[in-house]
Design a protein around this ligand. Structure first.
Ligand code: UD1
Length: 326
């Protein structure tokens, strides 16, 4: 099942040098003029292909944003301070980047009449009442980051309702894959680094807490669907619908890397969400999107540094392809 291709468009990816953004740029580049707006605070220059136009600067800088959005058709808004811990340490700073800058971006999109695909987060749900979590679940974020994403998520809906702006919001669950790095990069990259180095794999708590891990290539495909869907003004969970216990993850990573690292348990993380799993039926129904990469397949590719797309067509690392390869 193919999706309408995005072609001959001027596309802006904010945070386009970052983890999710740079994979999105790879998928868009062959057929579009792609701009990357990034301040390289966590993104990396080497992740951005030469064919993309780089605008270096802060998404919160109005002049920079104006330049990046001039005459743009489509925006994938990935730029954010993604560290929950940083948002707890300095709520005002993350508020500026994650919310104020995003509101300015929506305003500019209104003027340009550009579609905006917004990166939201499962963090908006806080501790879910019921699993799997549907898009209409209660929302009680437990961090400033979660509040900022919730406000952005709601603004995106409101801009569609009030101003007829074509917005689509994607609520990412636990994304993993190549180019995820840094101190707040997520449990999978931590475990892989530890297993590779032969160091202890550190499970926080008893490891029975669960997460819905979704591969970045699937997140890219969800974004591409969101860019062409007719169902605008709505929000969709982006996950697999499966859950994995952290202790099981530690064992799988150890096997995949063929490591003899011991698995050790530390104190649980204060306020940690016990269980998280996306209900993916809305995305399946309305976006025709379904995650394809099984966790073990994704972990193996990551551990061996192999490209999923090279080993199998069905993983869609780059994008959905129509039969003629376009
Ligand atoms: C993730 C997102 C966060 C988002 C939230 C929404 C990442 C990096 N973070 O947080 O942006 O707000 O989902 O639900 O994707 N753990 C260990 N050992 C480690 C590291 C982590 O046992 O070395 C455990 C944690 O205690 C936690 C689980 O692994 O129970 C997942 O942690 P993490 O990858 O940081 O993601 P979330 O906390 O789910």
């Amino acid at each position: 099942m193919g999706s309408p291709a995005i072609r001959d468009s001027t596309v802006l990816v904010t945070g386009g040098a970052g983890f999710v953004g740079s994979h999105l740029v790879d998928a868009l580049l062959p057929h579009n003029e792609v701009r990357v707006l990034d301040d390289f605070s966590s993104g990396r220059r080497e992740y951005v292909p030469d064919d993309a136009t780089v605008i270096e600067g802060d998404v919160g800088d109005e002049d920079v944003l104006a330049r990046a959005m001039d005459d743009v058709d489509l925006v994938f808004h990935q730029a954010a301070i993604v560290s929950v811990t940083e948002s707890v340490d300095d709520p005002q700073r993350s508020h500026e980047t994650n919310l104020e800058a995003s509101l300015e971006l929506l305003e500019r999109a209104r003027r340009e009449d550009a579609r905006v695909v917004v990166a939201s987060s499962a963090a908006i749900y806080g501790h879910p009442d019921e699993l799997p979590v549907t898009e209409s679940a209660s929302m009680d974020p437990t961090s400033p980051y979660g509040i900022q994403k919730l406000a952005l998520d709601q603004y995106a809906r409101l801009y569609a309702d009030l101003y007829d702006l074509a917005t689509v919001t994607l609520r990412y669950f636990n994304v993993y894959g190549p180019r995820q790095q840094g101190p707040y990069s997520g449990v999978i990259s931590m475990f892989l680094d530890q297993a590779r180095a032969g160091e202890p794999i550190t499970v926080e708590g008893d490891g029975s807490q669960t997460r819905d891990f979704v591969h970045v290539s699937d997140v890219v495909r969800a974004n591409l669907r969101a860019a062409t869907t007719e169902t605008v003004g709505r929000a969709y969970n982006v996950g697999t619908g499966e859950r994995t216990a952290i202790r099981t993850l530690a064992e799988t990573v150890r096997n995949v890397v063929d490591s003899s690292s011991p698995i050790v348990h530390r104190d649980p993380r204060p306020g940690d969400v016990r269980h998280s799993r996306a209900d993916v039926s809305k995305a399946r129904r309305e976006l025709d999107f379904e995650a394809r990469v099984r966790l073990e397949t994704g972990l193996r590719a990551l551990a061996n540094e192999t490209e999923l797309a090279a080993s199998t067509d069905s993983t869609g690392l780059v994008a959905d392809r129509t039969p003629d390869g376009s």
